[in-house]
Design a protein around this ligand. Structure first.
Ligand code: XMP
Length: 326
């Protein structure tokens, strides 16, 4: 496949005016490409797929079908936000697939990180393909490919680990943001009226909380990751850190340690906090979080997340550590 490059005269989209121009042009181009056909899109809630969904809704309305797969590894409130924004506010034709049990059952007992990623990727494809086969008259697949995906991985959405769709689902691609950098996608998303929580979202890995629940994923530990992550995100937002720190999240390792509560010994899990700055994820430095903020987050996690008796802060840069724990 020939590598398509951004034209030398293409303006960088830095303002609402330029975003509006881009949106109008893309609506025309999408209509030209798609005609009266139907388009299918996997909508994760990430900024790229959300912007593509919003553009397609403007261009072709309910000839777009979005599929949102809940694999049980999403952050707290994430699926709800996708449903609220796209179904209720934008009137999207949106299929919500609750595949939580399917993913978590397949992952039960699997410790190897790469094996976990493969299972998540494969089931995602299976679920999406099943939904695609139920629909009639779909000719196109919408995709949130962005320019770094083209430059870094030859047009495959970086890190998605999902492989391709089965051969019988031979869709043509609609990729309206494929020549945009991430910051431009955000400007376009803002102009399309998407909420800030979606547009300025920190990077979130495809396998989701699965890589933050190291070793074999259990439902109880996954819940601890989800609840502690929600507290961390809330406190970062309140303390002006959300827009400043590149990526921040919690991890719950697969072992317990002793503690003491109400005079009794406990044997519970530890929550690890991680907050890093990076430009392109190939290296990362640790953000210095003020102690009062750290202590408040610690207090909230210990009080509100049942089954946790210890909170740690990971001070390891990349390299030698990676950003995620697996
Ligand atoms: P690491 O842990 O390798 O992470 O330092 C670098 C960046 O990539 C994200 N990441 C992933 N994203 N699928 C993804 O879509 C994955 O399997 C995956 N693993 C890591 C990570 O969140 C960080 O931003």
């Amino acid at each position: 496949m020939e590598l398509q490059l951004r034209g030398p005269n293409m303006k960088r989209i830095t303002s609402p005016e330029l975003a509006r121009e881009f949106i109008d042009a893309q609506i025309r181009l999408i209509r030209e490409q798609v005609g009266e056909s139907k388009v299918l899109l996997a909508l994760s809630g990430g900024v790229d797929s959300s912007v593509v969904a919003a553009l397609l809704i403007k261009a072709i309305g309910d000839r777009l079908t979005c599929v949102h797969v809940n694999h049980g590894l999403l952050r707290k409130g994430e699926s709800e936000m996708v449903l609220k924004v796209f179904r209720e506010e934008l009137g999207a034709n949106l299929i919500y697939v609750d595949a939580v049990d399917r993913f978590l059952d397949a992952l039960a007992g699997v410790e190897d990180p790469e094996q976990k990623r493969k299972i998540i990727g494969k089931i995602f494809i299976d679920v999406f393909a099943e939904e695609a086969r139920k629909l009639e008259g779909v000719r196109f697949l919408g995709q949130g490919t962005i320019y770094p995906d083209i430059l870094e991985s030859h047009g495959v959405k970086a890190h998605h680990n999902v492989g391709g769709l089965p051969e019988d689902l031979n869709f043509e691609l609609v990729e309206p943001v494929k020549f945009l950098y991430k910051d431009e996608v955000r400007v376009v998303g803002k102009e399309l009226g998407l909420p800030d929580a979606m547009v300025f979202r920190q990077p979130f890995p495809g396998p989701g909380l699965g890589v933050r629940c190291p070793g074999a994923i259990t439902r109880d530990r996954l819940e601890l990751v989800r609840e502690s992550d929600a507290i961390l995100r809330e406190e970062f937002a309140k303390n002006g850190l959300a827009g400043k720190v590149w990526q921040y999240f919690t991890i719950v390792p697969p072992f317990r340690s002793t503690g003491i509560k109400d005079g009794k010994r406990t044997f519970e899990y530890a929550v690890v906090l991680r907050a890093v700055n990076s430009v392109d994820a190939t290296s990362a430095t640790v953000e210095e979080i003020p102690y009062p903020v750290l202590f408040h987050i610690r207090d909230r996690i210990l009080a509100e997340v049942q089954g946790v008796n210890r909170v740690l802060f990971d001070i390891s840069p990349k390299p030698v550590a990676t950003i995620e724990w697996e």
